[in-house]
Design a protein around this ligand. Structure first.
Ligand SMILES: [Zn+2]
Length: 343
């Protein structure tokens, strides 16, 4: 297992999110990634390397150029507009019934390119966001060229980001960018298996009309949980993509025993699709001790989860998504990766 990591994620810090009548520190904090890398080093889990720098065209295969330009310049425009707040965030979002327009105001553009207010921009955000995508692309390169497993230790995460909308702590969809890069480099099909607690709405929407990328997601039922407006079981893809999107909404309180059966069913879809590699969007917020969620997966279960994915018998690119039990995220990641690597 080769892990790809950069300390540039630390530039994306000081994020705030609404909490009751106030703002509080976002659970999507630098300690998440710092603790994962420390746990990997303690466990002696394989080789570490920094990301290569990729052309932006790898990113615009999945996102629009306008959206990427917006993300790159949002903080400068926020400052040029004389805004004082440390977090650039929208107050008004484009919704059905409103006109889909890119306003001149940075406040307006923040709302055009986001679907919620949980993905603010701070001074160092863009560099961290861009490096996170480079990490995923480097992981894709490793899997492609060596047919070995790789771990893209991405932060910020990506699976909620759609073609041109940020949200849910996500800006660029790292897993989707990696999957597209693997297709462009010659793999005829790729499966993306999303095991984050939350539905990977961005990944689903990006590939919804495609039959060369199978998207499969296990997640808390969106009738009860974020992101609420996507992730239901009747969303199966459209056009030639029909049948290539599979959602498993699970009840709040799901424990490993039920999760395991659902995972085995999901892995059946991947097997029948028969891709040369799989991208796993690894959210560790299914953990029983996660302060923000309501599933009951334990540390030892992640080892078994990794083993079951290993049983596909194809190279695995694991891309880090959520996970907010900061003290446990490192050991949970180690357990999963050990399972994937058969250790
Ligand atoms: Zn999540």
């Amino acid at each position: 297992m080769i892990t790809v990591f950069s300390t540039d994620h630390e530039l994306h810090r000081g994020l705030l999110e609404a909490s009751g009548d106030n703002y509080k520190a976002s659970p999507e904090c630098p300690e998440r990634a710092t603790n994962v890398i420390a746990a990997l080093q303690d466990a002696g889990l394989g080789e570490m390397r920094g990301p290569a720098a990729f052309d932006v065209r790898k990113i615009t295969r999945v996102h629009t150029q306008e959206y990427v330009d917006f993300l790159q310049n949002a903080w400068a425009h926020w400052q040029q507009a004389g805004m004082q707040a440390s977090n650039a965030r929208a107050q008004t979002f484009v919704c059905p019934g409103l006109r889909d327009q890119v306003p001149r105001s940075i406040l307006g553009r923040l709302g055009r390119y986001a679907f919620d207010d949980s993905a603010p921009m701070v001074a160092g955000s863009w560099q961290a966001i861009r490096r996170s995508a480079d990490i995923a692309l480097t992981g894709a390169d490793i899997v492609q060229s060596t047919r070995r497993n790789a771990f893209a230790l991405c932060r910020p995460p990506g699976h909620h980001a759609s073609r041109e909308m940020a949200g849910g702590y996500c800006y660029l969809n790292n897993a989707a960018i990696a999957a597209q890069a693997m297709i462009d480099a010659g793999m005829d099909r790729i499966a993306v298996l999303d095991v984050d607690y939350h539905h990977g709405n961005g990944t689903q929407s990006i590939f919804y009309e495609r039959n060369d990328v199978l998207t499969v997601s296990l997640h808390a039922d969106p009738a009860d949980e974020y992101p609420y407006f996507l992730g239901y079981s009747d969303e199966q893809g459209t056009g030639k993509g029909h049948g290539f999107n599979v959602n498993y909404p699970l009840p709040l309180g799901t424990m490993w025993n039920e999760y395991r059966k659902t995972l085995d069913d999901a892995l059946g879809f991947v097997r029948r699709f028969s891709p040369p590699a799989v991208v796993v969007a690894l959210g560790l917020d299914t953990f029983a001790g996660d302060p923000t969620t309501r599933f009951g997966i334990e540390t030892g279960d992640y080892l078994e989860m990794g083993r079951r994915i290993r049983s596909l018998g194809i190279p695995v690119l694991t891309v880090l998504e959520g996970g907010y039990a900061v003290d446990a995220i490192g050991r949970n990641a180690v357990a999963f990766l050990r399972g994937v690597d058969g250790l």
